[in-house]
Design a binder for this molecule. Sequence first.
Ligand code: COA
Length: 164
Amino acid sequence: MGHSAVYPGTFDPLTIGHFDLIQRAAGIFDRLVVAVAVHSRKRTAFTIEERVEMTRQAVRDFTNVEVAPFDRLLVDFVRMRRIHVVVRGLRAFSDFEYEFQMALTNRKLAPEIETLFLMPKESYSYISSSAVRELAEFGGDARGFVPKAVLPFLRRKFGGGDDH
Ligand code: COA
């Protein structure tokens, strides 16, 4: 069956930082499941269907990447898939406390699951979904912040220029 991992997130929207991480993880693992959280602590701008669809379109060239929504505890989803590794990104020191808390909570719930941290390309380390949403809301150009496949989703949600 090979080695598999789950990369979970809200992806509201998927950014090039997320995409960079998917690319790295897909190069390490035989199979990667990008798990899109139906319910997040945050109120999302995009529906779960939109977040799954934009992610699917962005990763369609990877033969070993699957995109699936999840609506339960992350560890339950990972167990259900018989996977033992969760991948998360660490962009900067400021991510650490939140990630540390989440990884240790998940470890307490499911000691057999390891969280593995990867660093996105340093030039993407300042990019966040909320900054992209704000930029799009005010009519800014999101090219260079999200994969090309995500641009039409931003335009439909917030309006703005073409995708070229
Ligand atoms: N590139 C760009 N941005 C990144 C990034 C990267 N590589 N890694 C993280 N981010 C940013 C996102 O843009 C987002 O920014 P924002 O807060 O400004 O919008 C933020 O970091 C985190 O978003 P995301 O990467 O989508 O993940 P998340 O933190 O929203 O995901 C879940 C959290 C869904 C994994 C977590 O809440 C979960 O597991 N929920 C299920 C319930 C559960 O099991 N709870 C117990 C666990 S403690």
